[in-house]
Design a protein around this ligand. Structure first.
Ligand code: K8G
Length: 610
């Protein structure tokens, strides 16, 4: 338990100490051999999904550090890429006992003690990068090719156009640099989201995990650039000090530190609250506030309609949606118990959110019992599926599809969490669910997917599945399917989006669809404890659930050709190809902290975490 505070302890658990065998997805650094032991009382360091650090102009001097070990390693590899041709010299760089990742013979024999050792050996997160990484270049995203090789955004990349107004799903992808223009049609860059076309920003809140504040400020239109911004984050101690330091040149920026009192919890929630002259808007998304997350990765978002202000004197419960989105958003915000959010809670109460057609599915750290158990995480999803979907003939043939960018520790076999409580949630359809044999397809990039991606191996810096976690759950990998998204043009834009859905056996229909910040982890989704009388959630997460009943439908049709992506002319725009392709025997899941030097990536480089 963190010593910072006892807030957020919803009930006292005896289980914390014996629960430390869970490593959240991404806590493991890429350089285990070099890592000093961390303070035992500190949560394990968090990864910081920073891009290669090439600072924007103007940048707050002194430039600050954003970047975990691995993502810094990714950055280093980009600035000083290790060329495939030069690989003979790698022999000296590589750990003598390490085998190339492409051929990792994952051993089954490790026990949970190794995880504890790994956890304790984790280094502090967000260390300072070497000074040369702070070089100011210009106002472009970092190039994975190094400074001399850029793919420019096309001239019209930053031209904002309003997505069509009849878009009933309001589900969007990000624009990806380097794609054929048609694939960015209907997609949104952060500059689009903040553009005056969507409203005249008075104030905003940015909830996120990782921030490059100077870059973030540049994404606001010049005319709104000095309007107050509240940053809601989970950083503590040195990381918090660095974050605050980043904002020194920007007096309009204020902070709200989310309480994280349970070990290994992180503030993953990615949300924008935009208060306009014209009303109010909510964006729930998957991208960090850093350039690399908006460059060549696949990200998703839900953008609310413009919520008008309620007439003066309306009661607080006015403006509710059929999905109780207003109540649930207020409850999520209240869970921070943060004075900084009080004005925002009041503002939201004064707006009409009744047009919302999605359900909010959040996680907020705590140990919940009784009627609180289904407020957050997968039990919240289960309750919504129980109450607002109904059984389908032959539903046990309807596969569940889960797609994510990081993976936590799920125990020695599937019965421990995945095929037990989590699958029970994902297979819930109304009150009488027929569960046996429901296929479950998990989508996570293979080494080959990453190698051939637009970013190349450095894309793996945002896919922080560690060897220490992977080698203890080889059973999981038999569920894995490739990242393929030819229909959206995003096969080579690695996913940072996370989605979960239930599809018909022929993949033409959906029983429900969720876009969220939650990766495949117990920390994000929660895990039952104490003979199923308590659920423990470590992290803050947020997503939106699409249920056909809220659209007066029985199921959603899956759109065959989702272009332009945003227009819902017919059916739901699933962002990747269906049916998913299983890993072939030669395929391996991407593991970020092992070397890959057998084959060069799209930029002729290899991956040698050192
Ligand atoms: C994030 C991710 C991710 C994974 C792990 C962590 C943060 C993120 N982490 O979404 O891929 O803090 O452990 O980008 O928020």
């Amino acid at each position: 338990m963190s010593q910072d505070s006892q807030h957020g302890k919803w009930c006292v658990s005896s289980s914390e100490e014996d629960d430390n065998d869970e490593l959240p997805p991404s806590k493991t650094p890429p350089k285990p051999p070099q890592t000093p032991p961390s303070n035992h009382n500190s949560p394990s360091p968090v990864i910081d999904p920073s891009p290669p650090e090439v600072k924007l102009e103007p940048s707050p001097p002194p430039a600050l550090v954003i970047g975990s070990e691995a993502r810094q390693q990714a950055a280093k590899n980009q600035i000083n890429p290790v060329k495939y041709e030069s690989s003979p010299s790698l022999a000296g760089k590589r750990k003598t006992d390490s085998v190339d990742g492409a051929g990792w013979a994952l051993s089954d024999s490790d026990d949970d003690d190794d995880l504890k050792k790994t956890t304790q050996a984790a280094p502090p997160a967000k260390k300072a990068p070497s000074p040369k990484r702070r070089k100011v270049v210009n106002e472009r995203p970092p190039s994975p090719h190094g400074r001399v090789y850029y793919i420019d955004e096309p001239d019209d990349f930053f031209e904002s156009t309003l997505p069509c107004q009849d878009d009933m799903f309001r589900f969007y992808l990000n624009k990806v640099t380097g794609l054929d223009k048609k694939y960015n049609n209907g997609a949104l860059h952060i500059k689009d989201i903040l553009s005056p076309l969507f409203g005249t920003i008075k104030e905003s809140v940015q909830f996120n995990y990782c921030f490059d504040i100077a870059w973030m400020v540049q994404q606001y239109p010049p005319e709104f650039r000095d309007r107050p911004v509240l940053i809601v984050h989970g950083d503590k101690r040195e990381a918090k000090a660095r974050l605050v330091q980043q904002a020194q040149p920007f007096p309009h920026i204020r902070f709200c530190q989310a309480k994280l009192d349970i070990a290994f919890g992180t503030h993953h929630t990615k949300m924008m609250l935009l208060w306009y002259e014209e009303g109010f808007r909510v964006i729930i998304l998957t991208s960090n506030m850093i350039r690399a997350d908006w460059y060549q990765k696949t990200q998703g978002m839900w953008m609310s309609p413009l919520f008008p202000k309620l007439p003066k004197g309306s009661s607080d419960t006015c403006g509710e949606s059929p999905t109780f989105f207003k109540r649930d958003l207020l409850e999520y915000l209240a869970s921070y118990r943060a004075p900084e959010l009080e004005d925002w809670i009041q503002r939201i109460k004064e707006h009409d959110l009744s047009e919302t057609r999605v359900y909010l599915v959040g996680s907020t750290p705590g140990r919940y019992v009784g009627s609180d158990m289904d407020r957050w995480g997968h039990l919240r999803l289960r309750k919504l599926l129980y109450e607002h979907t109904s059984s389908i003939p032959g539903e046990n043939q309807w596969p569940v599809v889960g797609q994510f960018s990081s993976i936590g520790s799920m125990g020695v076999d599937q019965t421990k969490w995945l095929a037990g409580e989590f699958q029970r949630t994902l297979t819930t359809l109304g009150a009488s669910s027929l569960r046996p044999n429901t296929p479950i397809h998990l989508l996570y990039p293979s080494v080959e997917d990453v190698r051939t991606s637009l970013e190349g191996y450095p894309a793996g810096g945002s896919l922080p599945y560690s060897i220490q976690t992977a080698q203890k759950q080889l059973w999981l990998h038999s569920y894995f399917h490739r990242w393929q998204a030819d229909a959206t043009g995003r096969t080579h834009a690695m996913p940072h989006i996370k989605t979960y859905m239930r599809a018909s056996p022929d993949f033409t229909e959906l029983a429900w669809f969720l876009v969220t910040s939650s990766n495949l982890s117990k920390a994000a989704w929660g895990a039952l404890e104490k003979n199923n009388t308590q659920v423990m959630v470590r992290s803050y997460e947020l997503g939106v659930l699409y249920l056909p009943s809220a659209f007066n439908m029985k199921t959603f049709t899956i759109r065959k050709n989702p272009f332009p992506f945003s227009s819902s002319s017919s059916g739901f725009p699933v962002p990747f190809d269906l049916p998913p392709t299983p890993y072939a025997p030669k395929d391996q899941p991407w593991i970020w902290n092992v070397p890959y030097s057998q084959a060069p990536d799209t930029h002729g480089n290899v991956w040698v975490p050192s």
